[in-house]
Design a protein around this ligand. Structure first.
Ligand code: CO
Ligand code: CO
Length: 352
């Protein structure tokens, strides 16, 4: 051992815990949708005809047109460690950042790393492993890391700004759901609760493995298959939870979204850790935002909690034309039909 710091790091019995360098878990640290809306409301919108998807529709990424058949999709996402293994953290952060390009129907091209690193408190090898995880995931997506920026930060943070391309006529937007569309969710929920339980040492190895596999999985296939079956509207489910992101579709498309709470898939252990008392600050912020926007129906308390659970690297929520649902579900076997789009009612979001 070459210095005092590495004494903790290199002793196998007492490994350092990456998540102890995070104040909260992953997208659970996202500023609440209500606060974000209030902050942005004080900012003038500069209209530019080339910006065809901006912040008005709460979409996943901005879209900037270059020519009749080519537009750039741009997005950024970063957060504090949601897992203790640096390589896995890098993979999850990259899958999560790439997801916003997929949610717009785009193909990722380039990525820039964004790093906050507690220099002196963690060995540089940790940073190398995080970046390696991110780079491997970006390569898996067919894109390339072109650079990045690193600052010294008390709280470890990692993420990426991703640029992709999309045909301007084939953008998947929150604003294009139509009455009759079926809603398909492509990954089970529960990452916020499960990651929080794991951070406290309260998650079994099997549940943890399923959680990490889900968060590492790219949404590329779910996105490409959506375009194949003529989908026009999709989003990815991240910090605002299933209901938060559904509410953005309802508002942007001027429809009501009906979700069958009993059909929504959860990751193994999600229900159990909630029942054992795990809670997240992100869910509290989501609940405050959604309380008046949702007709809660007969949803149980645990369903309520899971439907607003903030997701990190969650799946896509895809509004599939009814006639093509079977085809989509066959192409995306993890997909589950959880609801449908109906004509606008008094409430934009209804649990059935
Ligand atoms: Co998103
Ligand atoms: Co995002």
């Amino acid at each position: 051992m070459s210095n005092g710091v590495s004494a903790i790091v290199e002793t196998p019995e007492t490994p350092f815990r990456l998540t102890s360098f995070a104040r909260c878990a992953g997208c659970a640290a996202k500023l609440g949708a209500g606060d974000l809306t209030r902050a942005l409301s004080g900012l003038p919108i500069h209209l530019d005809p080339r910006l065809i998807v901006g912040r008005e529709t709460f979409d996943d990424a901005g879209v900037f047109v270059l020519s009749d058949d080519l537009a750039l999709v741009q997005t950024v996402d970063f957060f504090a460690p949601i897992v203790d293994d640096p390589y896995t953290f890098g993979q999850i952060a990259a899958a999560n950042a790439l997801s916003d390009v997929y949610a717009m129907g785009g193909e990722p091209l380039t990525a820039l790393n964004i790093v906050g690193f507690p220099a002196g408190q963690l060995p540089l090898e940790v940073l190398t492993e995080i970046l390696r995880g991110g780079q491997d995931k970006v390569r898996e997506a067919g894109a390339v890391v072109v650079g990045g920026h690193t600052i010294i930060d008390e709280e470890l943070k990692f993420g990426l700004s991703v640029t992709g391309r999309v045909h301007p006529q084939r953008i998947l937007s929150n604003a294009k759901a139509v009455v009759g569309d079926r809603l398909v969710l492509t990954k089970p929920l529960g990452t916020g609760l499960l990651a929080t339980a794991a951070k406290r040492g309260n998650l079994g190895t099997e549940e943890a493995a399923a959680l990490y596999a889900s968060m590492c999985k790219l949404n590329g296939a779910a996105s490409r298959e959506a375009i194949v079956v003529g989908v026009q509207c999709a989003t990815d489910v991240t910090g605002f939870g299933l209901l938060g992101h559904s509410s953005h579709i309802a508002a942007a498309s001027k429809v009501t979204v009906v979700i069958h709470a009993d059909r929504v898939p959860f990751l193994p252990g999600a229900r159990a850790v909630w029942e054992a008392g795990t809670r997240t600050g992100g869910a509290e912020r989501n609940a405050a935002y959604l309380e008046s926007r949702v007709d809660w129906g007969n949803a149980t308390e645990v369903q309520h909690a899971l439907l607003i659970d903030p997701q990190t690297s969650g799946g896509l929520l895809v509004a599939v034309p009814a006639a093509r649902v079977a085809e989509y579900l066959e192409a995306v076997p993890t997909g589950v039909e959880i609801g449908e789009v109906v004509a606008r009612r008094s409430s934009g979001l209804v649990l059935a």
